[in-house]
Design a protein. Sequence first.
Length: 475
Amino acid sequence: MEIDDELEYQLGEMTRKTHEMDIPVMIIIEGPPASGKSRLSNALYMALDSKYTDFVATRPAREIDLRYPFMQRFWNHLPKEGDINIHFRSWYAQYIEYKEAGITENIAVDYKDICNDMENFEKMLHNNGYEILKFYVNTSEEVRQRHLEKLKENPILKWKAEEFEENLELYNYEEEMQDFIGKDQLIPWTEIDFEHKNDAINTLFSTIIEKLEKRIEKEDTTPVQRIVSDFTRYFETELFTFDFEEESLKKPEYKEMLPDLQLRMREIQFQLYRHKIPLVLVYEGMDAAGKGGNIKRTRERLDPTGYTVNAVSAPTDMELAHHYLWRFATSIPRSGHIGFFDRSWYGRVLVERVEGFASQKEWSQAYEEINDFERSLYNSGAIILKFFLSLDKDEQLKRFEKREENIEKQWKITSEDWRNREKWEQYLEASEDMIKKTDTDYAPWHIIPGNDKRYARIEVLKRIISTYEKVLNNE
């Protein structure tokens, strides 16, 4: 059987439509050594438009890869809207490699939890419009042996046959993959027999065409999601009920406590590096609550080579073309380092919800997605602490007015800040929903009274230090 030229033409038409419709496509190709997946992958890559197609080959993990969360490489290669990624081997091959080789550098828990991370990753992308197609390429042992013998006969390619045979001895790849294929998954596998190359290519092309046709048809008939405001008319908070007068600290007491806590924080930074533990610190709160000043005092005596500060603003066009978690997932600190996030992925359920930048479906499903995302960081060894700096409305007004009066701080106050203030109750309700739905054992929220900046700075430092010491004692 010859390769069907009509199928190649139809495949080109379908992928041009998905590109025009901004549908991101991920095609996963797995298979054991010498199964023919390389030739099949190349045929597919050649048939697609290289302007918006990327070929991602998952190689064995290097030392630098082991410093990041398990799914990091795949977040880094996430296609933007309208683009196509061909994953030649994927998170499945990486999982098997880690498990069979006993790699544990960036995995702190049971491998079953990593399997859950992989499933959640696919579910999250699927729910956010990514089209994921999974193919397992295999053939008979006899055919694979013929492939290996041909490689051995070629002096230039002999090394490749030796590498294949070495991998067959090292990893129980086929048995592990059959376990995945046999499971009831949200996104099922399509198995392709490569005994006859042209048949295999036609099967691959026709399957992709069929799935993309269904997706395009579904996209054409899906109504546009309306932005719905569902805030309580007379909202009364349960979480933000501080007596701000009590939560305060005198200046002499603050000056006495701060240096010792900062020095302990510096010691912790070096201990984190020694034990290869990443620390993720998330700061949210009302405008002018003191997030930036709090971060400044926490990192004041740290070694700058061991931390990053991610000051989050409105997303760029490139960031908007990706999944909303992409710009944060690609900034997660490597093991032994600290990542500060001055605002974070919680923008999805705060500003995007309040200002109508996300539909109700988008922000409401984000709670589970964020919990799963943070769980995956925890599963890769991270300590995650989230601080919500709270202040009352009168104190915010005072700080806004001070900023306007101080020429050196006028840049800190914008018309957007005043506009957000008019929606104080909505932001308060969104913040309370966020904390209640994303406060977990592995990534807890700490609500910090922020009317007194000195008190808030000391309290955050204390909680970081006490959490780290608990983790170290448990280790």
